[in-house]
Structures are given as C-alpha cells and as structure tokens.
Design a protein around this ligand. Structure first.
Ligand code: ADP
Ligand code: MG
Length: 249
C-alpha cells in the first residue's frame, strides 16, 4: 500500500491513512465516503505544503503581525486605515501603499503585517529591500533563465523595503521604473522609505525619471506618513527601563 502511495506521489496520505482507515472501519463508512475522506486528506496536506512554500518564498524579514503592533505608541498611524488595508481590498484595485517615516517607527513591521494577511488569503507576496531588488532586476535576462523581472512583476503583492538607503545607478533606476510601470494598475506595491518625495530625484540620480516613477506609484496609493518616535529607542528613553535590552535590528 505505502509503495502504491509513493508511486502516485500521494505523500500526504502516508502518515494519515492508517488512522483514516481505522476510523472508517469503526464508523462503517461507505466506500464513497471513505474515498472522499482519503482524497480530502491529501488535498489538505498539499494545500498546507503550498502555503508554507508561499510563505517561505515571500522572504519576510520577520513576522511582524498586525496584532502585535501597538497603535497607542504610534498615534500618527491611523489604526482605522491599517485595519481597512488588512481587509486587502487594496490588492484588488492595485492600490499602492507608501509607508514613510524615520527609522524604527514600524514601517517594515506594518509592511510585514499586511504581507501576512495577503499570504493568509492565498496571495503570492515578494518582500525585498530596494537594494537587493535593483541588483536582481538590472541584470540582463538570460534566455535559459527565468526572468526575475517577470517574477517581481507578477507577484500579487510586491513589498519594496528601505527605499532611500542606497542611491541607484542609472541602469538600476531604469529597471525600477520598468518594474513599477509593469505593475502600474495591475499589482499593488507596498513601499517603505525614510525619504520624502522631493528627495527621489537624488535617489534615482534623475529628476525626470523620479517624477515619472512617482507619478505611477502615487496615482492609486495610500500614503501613510509616520512621524512618531522610534520603537527601538522606546526602552532607552523611558529612563526607568534597563538600557541593556537586546537590540532588535
Ligand atoms: P522601520 O522599518 O520603520 O525602521 P521596524 O518596523 O523595523 O521600523 O520596527 C523596529 C522594531 O520595532 C521592530 O522589531 C518592530 O516589530 C518594532 N515596532 C515598531 N513599531 C512598533 C509598534 N508600534 N508596536 C509594536 N512593535 C513595533
Ligand atoms: Mg524598516
């Protein structure tokens, strides 16, 4: 029996079949009901495996969950708006989300939180820093290799984290513009940045390109500006807290 399962690649049933068979015997299931249970067990296992694969492929930097976000600490973030975004209708309208603010205010955390919601709803998500992204997409596409640009263009949700820490070369800026154009009105981008929009010309070393890029990014977008304190510094500024807490990156 196990050999047959192996041949059919029904590995999900491997561990469960003995219990399913025993339970079916005891409750005297019909052949049809038994077969349905068996097939369902395999489908559930496959689904779980696919979900884990999607989660891994998303490459979230950490599991920042919405439930763990302290809105009282960061009053400049509208809890109502974030909860609305967590309902994911922005994905269907291909609306972008721009999370702006200084380091430590929770931009990456909120981007992770929305990513987790999207993953739980069954969507593909790719999370990457701008620095890594441009290095990948600026490479010429080799015919025998999967086009990385396509991969980042096609994910249901693309998160571009840490926009502003690295200045782009002109070919990187061009590649970023192409990617954003490919996703324009097709797929949402969540972007985090410590820059204001006026600084994008410097970031891309090209004012005209920056204007065109922002035009596409902001046409359908929620812009969330966070101007509170750094959560990382929280304990250090309270005074009554030990200052030797392990630093989170
Ligand atoms: P940013 O990306 O804006 O620099 P992060 O999202 O990386 O900041 O946040 C830094 C750390 O602080 C992370 O570990 C994050 O989980 C935590 N953090 C930030 N803001 C909050 C908050 N309001 N509630 C709970 N944790 C937070
Ligand atoms: Mg961050």
């Amino acid at each position: 029996m196990m050999t047959l399962l192996k041949q059919l690649r029904l590995s999900g049933l491997y561990e469960q079949l003995p219990q399913i068979t025993e339970a079916a015997r005891q409750s005297q299931l019909s052949y049809e009901a038994f077969l349905t249970q068996v097939l369902q067990a395999e489908i559930v296992t496959r689904q779980e495996r696919a979900d884990r694969r999607r989660l891994r492929a998303a490459r979230l930097p950490f599991k920042g969950r919405l439930e763990a976000f302290d809105f009282r600490f960061q009053p400049s973030v509208s809890e109502r708006l974030i909860r609305e975004l967590a309902g994911l209708s922005f994905l269907e309208s291909a609306t972008n989300v721009m999370l702006l603010g200084p380091p430590g205010v929770g931009k990456t955390h909120l981007a992770c939180a929305l990513s987790i919601k999207a993953l739980e709803a069954g969507h593909t998500v790719l999370f990457i820093t701008l620095r890594d992204l441009v290095q990948i997409i600026e490479q010429p596409h080799l015919p025998y290799k999967a086009d990385p640009m396509k991969r980042y263009a096609q994910a249901k949700l693309l998160v571009i984290d840490e926009v502003g820490y690295t200045r782009l070369t002109s070919s990187q800026a061009r590649a970023l513009f192409d990617l954003v154009s490919m996703r324009y009105e097709r797929g949402s981008i969540i972007l985090t940045s410590n820059l204001n929009f006026a600084e994008w010309g410097t970031l891309l070393s090209d004012d005209v390109l920056a204007t065109a890029l922002l035009d596409r990014l902001l046409h359908h977008a929620e812009v969330i500006t966070i101007n509170g304190r750094s959560y990382r510094m929280k304990n250090h500024m309270n005074g009554d807290q030990p200052s030797n807490q392990p630093k989170t990156k």
